[in-house]
Design a protein around this ligand. Structure first.
Ligand SMILES: Nc1nc2c(ncn2[C@@H]2O[C@H](COP(=O)(O)OP(=O)(O)OP(=O)(O)O)[C@@H](O)[C@H]2O)c(=O)[nH]1
Ligand SMILES: [Mg+2]
Length: 358
């Protein structure tokens, strides 16, 4: 039996099985097996997830991908947001490879990637779906584009992204699984746990051939999230939902998620989107300063919020961390101006940093 058939069989079995105390162990095992087969199906040697016009080099301060079904208006939007010219047309699959453009906003260069439309089954190899979703895994933000007349397209897109290991608008679960050599499995938690039982944890661990481990849950997680931790290669990406061609509908669609309305020819909707992209990327500016010189306040370094001195060193120079003694920081992240800080200090927007070397 091929992997695809095996996957289908397991998914059917999962759909048939009602969850209760008697079946939860079994369900844990089936879900783990599904995750393992998915990983095997997606491994690059089995068909590849790059090449063929999809190896676009990242540039700028952050990268955003346009994801949606064919003909929802992705290329039209790229052309409105950036200087790029991506072919647009009224038929499906106009775009066949990854087309980059640059959006300049608030002194920031944001790379936007236009991609071919994806369809149901994309993650399993339909169309260029795998290549498209592989690109989406590595970006800082995804714009999920749905036609205003068909907001239900959201389900299809999310199923495809999910099947490829992308977790939208969520964070890596705070669960530690420390493998041990002996002693069996111990399970502890620092918060009340309701979504997963000890039996389910044992079932999934055994599917991964883990028989000795110290598990600590710092968060109430589902079996699926627990498997995500075991798989380890999930990609947690923020998403903004857009309802496109808003000019073609008369009444606001009734949906249970937040979205931005977009009409390609409505400048206001495009400007609102630019501001939302910028805000959602959560970028900050910091300034570096050399000893005895003033900081150059015209040349900020654009970084994501939450960045530490350590990561700033990495960005500045390969060897800087090795020679690092301490840093002086001016700005809102410190009490005294300047203040001496260590390598794990977290910076704020508009901070000025001077690195002192050994
Ligand atoms: N009315 C209206 N039509 C739009 C809008 N945006 C795009 N279109 C039209 O929709 C059609 C498809 O647009 P594209 O930008 O090529 O769509 P796409 O998502 O890039 O399509 P693929 O590359 O095939 O996946 C074109 O005829 C566009 O002119 C919009 O805001 N309003
Ligand atoms: Mg296109």
């Amino acid at each position: 039996m091929g992997l695809q058939e095996k996957l289908k069989e397991l998914e059917d079995e999962l759909a048939r099985t009602q969850k209760n105390k008697a079946t939860e162990y079994h369900i844990g095992i089936v879900k783990s097996k599904i995750a393992q087969i998915r990983r095997e199906l997606l491994s690059p040697k089995k068909g590849g997830a790059s090449g063929g016009g999809f190896d676009v080099k990242k540039s700028g301060d952050a990268t955003v991908a346009l994801i949606g079904l064919p003909s929802v208006g992705k290329s039209t939007l790229l052309n409105r947001l950036t200087n790029a010219e991506s072919k647009t047309a009224a038929y499906a699959f106009t775009t066949l490879k990854c087309i980059p453009g640059t959006l300049e906003y608030n002194n920031t260069k944001i790379q936007i990637l236009d991609l071919p439309g994806i369809i149901e089954g994309a993650k399993d190899g339909k169309g260029r779906g795998r290549e498209v979703i592989a690109v989406a895994r590595g970006v800082d933000l995804i714009l999920v584009m749905l036609e205003a007349t068909h907001p239900e397209q959201r389900r299809i897109i999310e199923t495809e992204l999910y099947g490829f290991g992308i977790r939208v608008n969520s964070r890596r679960p705070r669960v530690n699984i420390g493998k041990a050599i002996r002693g069996g499995v111990t399970i502890n938690h620092t918060v009340p746990i309701t979504k997963i039982s000890d039996r389910e944890i044992m079932a999934t661990l055994s599917s991964y051939s883990i028989f000795n481990a110290n598990v600590v849950l710092h968060q109430d997680v589902t079996v699926d999230e627990f498997i995500d931790v075991l798989e380890g290669n999930r990609s947690y990406v923020p998403v903004i939902y857009l309802l496109t061609k808003f000019d073609t509908i008369k009444e606001k669609p009734k949906v249970d998620f937040e979205y931005l309305p977009i009409s390609a020819d409505n400048k206001e909707s495009i400007e609102k989107l630019k501001a939302t992209i910028y805000k959602r990327l959560d970028l900050i500016s910091i300034f570096t300063k050399r000893r005895g010189e003033d900081a150059d306040l015209t040349e900020p370094m654009i970084v994501r919020r939450g960045i530490s001195i350590s990561e700033v060193c990495e960005k500045l120079h390969r060897d800087l961390k090795k020679d690092f003694r301490y840093a002086l920081v001016w700005g809102t992240s410190v009490k005294h101006q300047p203040q001496r800080v260590g390598i794990y200090h977290i910076l704020d927007d508009k901070d000025v940093v001077q690195i002192i070397k050994r």
